[in-house]
Design a protein around this ligand. Sequence first.
Ligand SMILES: *[C@@H]1O[C@H](CO)[C@@H](O)[C@H](O)[C@H]1NC(C)=O
Ligand SMILES: *[C@@H]1O[C@H](CO)[C@@H](O)[C@H](O)[C@H]1NC(C)=O
Ligand SMILES: *[C@@H]1O[C@H](CO)[C@@H](O)[C@H](O)[C@H]1NC(C)=O
Ligand SMILES: *[C@@H]1O[C@H](CO)[C@@H](O)[C@H](O)[C@H]1NC(C)=O
Ligand SMILES: [Zn+2]
Length: 477
Amino acid sequence: MAPLAALLPVLLALGAAASPTLLITPSAPTPSLAPCLAAAYHGKYGAEHVFLASDACVAESAGLLSAGSLVPTLEDEVVVWVGRAGVEGAAPFSAEGVFAQIQSAGRKFLPALLAAEDGTQKVFSAPASSASLSLLHASDSALFLSVPRAALPVLDTLLPPHYVPVGVAPSPVALGWDVPAHYAEHLANVTRHLRFRPDIATVVNTIDADAIRRDVRWLTGEAPSGIVSRHSFTEGARVAAKWIKEKVEATGADCEYFPYLEGFSPDVLCTYPSDSSERVILSGHYDSRGSFGSTRAPGADDDGSGTSHVLAVAAGIAAHNITFDKKVTLAFFSGEEQGLWGSHYWAKHLASENATVVLQIQADMLAYRVPGEPLQLGLPATIELPEAGWLVANVSALYAPELVVGRTEACCSDHQSFISYGFPATQVFERNGWIADPMYHNSGDLADREGYDFDQIASIAKVTFATVLEVAGFKTK
Ligand SMILES: *[C@@H]1O[C@H](CO)[C@@H](O)[C@H](O)[C@H]1NC(C)=O
Ligand SMILES: *[C@@H]1O[C@H](CO)[C@@H](O)[C@H](O)[C@H]1NC(C)=O
Ligand SMILES: *[C@@H]1O[C@H](CO)[C@@H](O)[C@H](O)[C@H]1NC(C)=O
Ligand SMILES: *[C@@H]1O[C@H](CO)[C@@H](O)[C@H](O)[C@H]1NC(C)=O
Ligand SMILES: [Zn+2]
């Protein structure tokens, strides 16, 4: 919180601390950065760049950084960025106000949440005393919090509904500066050569809104699945993960669970066999978030819609006996609501394998349409590789002309994890402009309500499916 120059002597006087120092700066890193600092880069969050460096490295680099804040970090705690989700008509940002709300939520709701049993579901198991979050830094529009590991499972339940967390990468982001140019060039070339293909239209036109309806209702518990919540730490999330895995396996994919942090229900990763080393990834997050203080989290729109849209693509792959040239993975993430953790750890794993991901598309909230507005497809206004968004927009015009394509302020979903590790990614969303769903992060996020539109999910599924077919290359048997 203090300016760099003022804090530096204090930190140096404290001597070599075991935990690194958090350096938050609006200045983008440049190639002239000290090597120790370049190796300590943990990515961009909102408008700010984050480093976690030793005090010696910070001292060595001070002259290179004109602006920024230095804050000591705490042992056994993770750093989480908390920012505005992009909700229509949300109150202006006040760091003190938001932090006070978080603290009072901890006092008010946590004891009840920790004790809650919802049917057979033990909802949380973190000790109540762990809910001691501290404020490390406040910027113009976001907070950086220090979160004890044991409090991660309940982080989403402490945040006001219009705020979302993004975990700061626990280890340095090796690829550093940006998505490499060759990825952008490849996608721009695909867009340049794009033309309407009747074979692709035939395949994507069989996307079935009724099948999507059945899947969403199963995930929310509106159909008798027994699921009350898909919060990452619930039994409901595990039931959903098993069901998704079996369903996609039946379409010819090899599916695996990808565990990443203790207690979180695992990601489900399903890959269609291919000899290619290049990957195309289509994803949604199957975990959900309920109202402030409630254990019920049906998540029909967020993100039962994106999850069921990926399931519809899987069904289409099987129905047309499609084999892909490149490796296509359908991914179902968890831990999204606590800070994009499931996607984070898998993107990190892919980066550690030097994987080539030619495109990743995240589908998060596809269903809600303000009554009277047209069918829409919103692409991210900020966090994406622009060439990825342009490709999706151009594909939409060819295969789902009923969608009005634009840009959305909705912030923060799993594609950000892929961007952080230097992979080309974008997101598809239900609306242009702000989030308007009145049941956003609410325990009333059910499918059976005004504005929840299965046809819009199906239209967006045509677009993502056609994009995957174009980029991955395919044959029908
Ligand atoms: C661009 O795309 C076309 C059509 O798919 C392909 O034939 C060509 O090799 C690509 N060019 C580059 C530079 O990738
Ligand atoms: C797909 O393959 C199965 C068996 O291999 C066959 O029965 C079915 O007719 C094929 N479907 C299409 C659309 O070609
Ligand atoms: C990935 O690339 C780096 C740098 O070229 C190399 O050191 C490392 O061994 C590679 N890792 C794998 C799993 O291939
Ligand atoms: C289609 O792609 C081009 C870049 O090739 C881009 O300029 C244009 O905005 C895209 N179309 C839409 C509707 O976004
Ligand atoms: Zn979501």
